[in-house]
Design a protein around this ligand. Structure first.
Ligand SMILES: O=C(O)CCC(=O)C(=O)O
Ligand SMILES: [Fe+2]
Length: 259
C-alpha cells in the first residue's frame, strides 16, 4: 500500500509545464452563404499557433505552383507557398484535427492535404480568380490524389499591421447586408463585386466546393481571388479536404517541407 510519501505514485501536479496539450480555441462561426455553404470563423488560430506556423515556415517559401499547371509557376498565381510537415509537429496536428472536427464525423485524417501556407509581400503578388476544386479535364490530379477538393479553409496567419489590400474576393457570393459584417468584410467594395473578406489575423473562411447533390460537380460560385497586397505582408493557410484518402504515393509527391 502506498501513502502520501511513497515514491510509487506519479504526482499529477508534477507534469512539466512545457508539455504541449492540443486545445481548440473557442472560435465563433457566422454563416455567410448557405448555397454554396460559406462560413466565417473568428479566432480559428491562436496567437501561439500563428507564431509557431511563421517560425517553422520561414525561409521555406517558394514560388507557388497552380493546380492546373502543377510544378511550374505562372502569372495567374504569383504568391509564394510552402507545405507544413505534421509528422513531428503537435501544433500542426492540432490544427489538422480542428479542421477535421469542424467537418463532422465522416472525414478521415488521410483526406487532408498537408497544410499549405501562402505568402504575399508586394503588390505584384496575388492569386487571380480560380476555384480550389479541379476541373474534370485535370484527370491526372483527380486520379492520383484522392479525388477532388470537397472543402477549403483559408485562414489568415499573419497580416503585418501596415497591410493594405490583400482581401479574399468571392465575386459570385452575395454579401450579407448587415453592417455588423463590416469588421471583417470590405464594405466599401461595390455590391456587384460580391464578398471581399479583409485579412484579419486568426480568422478563417470555410466553404464547400462541390454541389451538395452528390453529383461530384464543382460549384462555380466558389470562384475567388487573393487580391494584391498593396502594402505590407500577408501569410494565409489553405486546408484542403479531398473526397477520399490521399494515396501514399500522391502524399509523398507534395514538395519541400512535407518530406
Ligand atoms: O490569398 C487569398 O486571399 C486566397 C488564396 C487562395 O485562394 C488560394 O491559395 O487558393
Ligand atoms: Fe483558393
Amino acid at each position: 500500500s502506498s501513502g502520501p510519501d511513497s515514491g510509487s505514485q506519479v504526482p499529477i501536479t508534477q507534469s512539466s509545464s512545457d508539455e504541449y496539450v492540443c486545445q481548440h480555441p473557442p472560435y465563433k462561426i457566422q454563416l455567410v452563404s448557405s448555397s454554396p455553404l460559406v462560413i466565417y470563423i473568428k479566432d480559428f488560430l491562436t496567437k501561439a499557433e500563428r507564431d509557431h506556423l511563421r517560425e517553422v515556415s520561414k525561409s521555406t517559401f517558394r514560388r507557388s505552383a497552380v493546380s492546373h499547371n502543377s510544378g511550374s509557376s505562372s502569372s495567374h498565381r504569383t504568391s509564394k507557398s510552402t507545405y507544413l510537415k505534421s509528422a513531428d509537429d503537435p501544433i500542426v496536428q492540432c490544427i489538422e484535427s480542428r479542421a477535421l472536427l469542424f467537418q463532422g464525423h465522416d472525414v478521415l485524417p488521410s483526406q487532408l492535404e498537408p497544410l499549405q501556407l501562402v505568402r504575399y509581400t508586394s503588390q505584384k503578388e496575388y492569386y487571380r480568380l480560380h476555384t480550389d476544386w479541379f476541373d474534370h479535364n485535370d484527370a491526372y490530379k483527380l486520379a492520383i490524389n484522392g479525388g477532388n477538393r470537397i472543402s477549403s479553409f483559408f485562414a489568415y496567419v499573419y497580416v503585418r499591421n501596415d497591410t493594405t489590400g490583400g482581401g479574399t474576393n468571392f465575386p459570385l457570393i452575395n454579401p450579407p447586408r448587415d453592417e455588423k459584417w463590416c469588421d471583417v468584410l470590405d464594405c466599401d467594395e461595390p455590391w456587384e463585386k460580391g464578398v471581399t473578406f479583409r485579412p484579419v489575423e486568426g480568422n478563417a473562411i470555410y466553404w464547400e466546393n462541390m454541389y451538395p447533390d452528390g453529383s461530384g460537380k464543382g460549384d462555380h460560385r466558389t470562384v475567388h481571388a487573393g487580391l494584391p497586397v498593396t502594402s505590407g505582408d500577408k501569410i494565409g493557410m489553405n486546408i484542403w479536404t479531398r473526397q477520399v484518402p490521399i494515396g501514399e504515393d500522391a502524399r509523398a509527391a507534395y514538395p519541400s517541407r512535407y518530406k
